[in-house]
Design a protein around this ligand. Structure first.
Ligand code: ASP
Length: 456
């Protein structure tokens, strides 16, 4: 059976009206057989996401503080959503009792306790939505992730799916042939039977794992934006929407802060080349953005211009550095020993830089880095610099493009942006420029204007 997996994010399930609307979306296409739901997100009058309320309850419970008010708020919220859908109040209450049961779980292991509580947002929402669909005479069934085979590592709050997930859950194909299945996002079960959640936004990953297991023809990810844009709307006015991009291009953009989809969600569908379509629940006329394994050569080689700030660099000079065996390894091991991850490591003749996210650093760590580099590598000079932004131009077409770098650098020069670093990864999928963070917007503008030929 050719089926779609559809994941509806928190904003798409945040009110009764939204739920009525997604029922129409589901019914619009009989191939929409597997539905993954998030916990209700923010909505008018409800400024806090259910997941955040649950996280707050966990903190309070672990600190032996009172949390009755937050529990009441969650229950009221579910009532506000499901009462107007004419689900009998006692049915809602009997399901919500599950939350009280979860709170009686042992707190000996904080992670296990946390995940059991935090996963309740998705689980309760999915059970209630299943009741609602059934009450409307729609053939639908709630699926418990444990019985389904959503097997994950016991890393609480940041679980990873086990490689066997797809095979374990393949039996759901038969169930989908008989009924629409409703699957709660965001969590799975460890081998010991504990609930373990993915990292935040992890319902995207649930949808992707199911698409893989069910050999879906498409994974529709329904959210509150039209799709992915060629630049961040905060940087460029009305940037163009990208109709289609590849998994690799998506990875490059999300590395630079395009946070439309959970980073890990591409991996399972990529294995089977299943397209992901990002769509806006509130704008059905828009076809969204398709993420595929290969795209037809379009008129554009560049798919997007992205940027992110908050980086710093450590640059070393040492005469005849290239003759010292293991210099690069010894340099990087200093960062590794301090538990720091690095982003880029461009090098030249007798110089090498390490670029890191500066959030990881304190002035004490910076001093330790410099002291250790001096001791272990004896550079002629070492310099640290903070407040760097990275701006990248992304597109699979760049690999065939002659003169592309010249175009990009001259656009930056015209805009009077000083380039501190250029890094063209060996995939030639993107070129990353390191610049002063104060020039970030100017640089994105200049590059966007250059490659998208608009007069913004
Ligand atoms: N509800 C969870 C979160 O807010 C998971 C998700 O929505 O994907 O992170």
């Amino acid at each position: 059976m050719e089926l779609f997996v559809c994941k509806f994010g928190g904003s798409s399930v945040a009110s009764s009206g939204k739920l009525r609307h997604i029922v129409r979306i589901i019914q619009d296409n009989p191939r929409r057989r597997c539905i993954v739901l998030s916990a209700p997100g923010k909505a008018p009058g409800f400024p806090v996401k259910i997941t955040d309320l649950l996280i707050d309850i966990v903190k309070k419970a672990l600190n032996n503080e009172k949390f009755d008010g937050s529990i009441r708020e969650i229950k009221q919220r579910f009532h506000a959503i499901y009462d107007p859908l004419t689900l009998p109040s006692d049915q809602i209450d009997s399901l919500l009792k599950d939350l009280d049961d979860r709170l009686n779980f042992s707190k000996d292991h904080a992670g296990k306790f946390r995940d059991r509580i935090v996963a309740a947002g998705e689980d309760l929402n999915c059970r209630l939505f299943a009741r609602y669909l059934i009450s409307m005479g729609i053939n639908a069934r709630y699926i418990n992730p444990r019985e389904a085979g959503m097997a994950v590592t016991p890393v609480f709050g940041d679980a990873q799916p086990l490689p066997s997930c797809a095979i374990r859950m393949a039996h759901l194909k038969g169930v989908c042939a008989e009924t629409i299945i409703l699957f709660p996002g965001f969590f799975g079960y460890t081998a010991e039977g504990d609930v373990a959640t993915f990292s935040r936004g992890g319902s995207d990953l649930t949808g992707s794992l199911l698409a893989e297991a069910l050999d879906a023809v498409e994974y529709e990810n329904w959210t509150d934006v039209d799709g992915i844009f060629s630049a961040h709307p905060a940087m460029v006015d009305a940037p163009l929407q990208i109709p289609a991009l590849t998994y690799k291009e998506m990875r490059e953009l999300s590395y630079m802060g395009f946070n439309v989809l959970h980073e890990e969600a591409v991996k399972p569908v990529r294995r089977k080349k299943i397209p992901i379509r990002l769509r806006n629940t509130d704008n059905l006329a828009n076809e969204g953005t398709l993420i595929v394994s290969e795209r037809l050569p379009s008129e554009r080689d560049v798919i997007g211009v992205a940027s992110s700030s908050g980086y710093c660099s450590f640059t070393l000079q040492k005469f005849l550095m290239n003759r010292e065996k293991g210099f690069g390894r010894r340099l990087l091991s200093i960062f590794e020993d301090l538990g720091l991850s690095y982003e880029h490591c461009p090098s030249g003749v007798d110089n090498i830089s390490v670029i890191l996210n500066q959030e990881q650093l304190t002035s004490e760590i910076v001093n330790t880095i410099i002291r250790t580099i001096e001791e272990r590598l004896q550079p002629d000079e070492i310099k640290s610099e903070f407040g760097i932004a990275l701006v990248s131009v992304v597109g699979e077409g760049l690999v065939h493009k002659i003169g592309f770098l010249a175009k990009a650098t001259s656009a930056l020069a015209k805009a009077k942006v000083n380039i501190k670093m250029v890094n063209q990864g060996s995939s030639e999928m993107s070129i990353i420029f390191g610049i002063d963070a104060t020039d970030e917007k100017k640089a994105v503008h200049a590059l966007y204007r250059e490659f998208f030929s608009v007069n913004s």
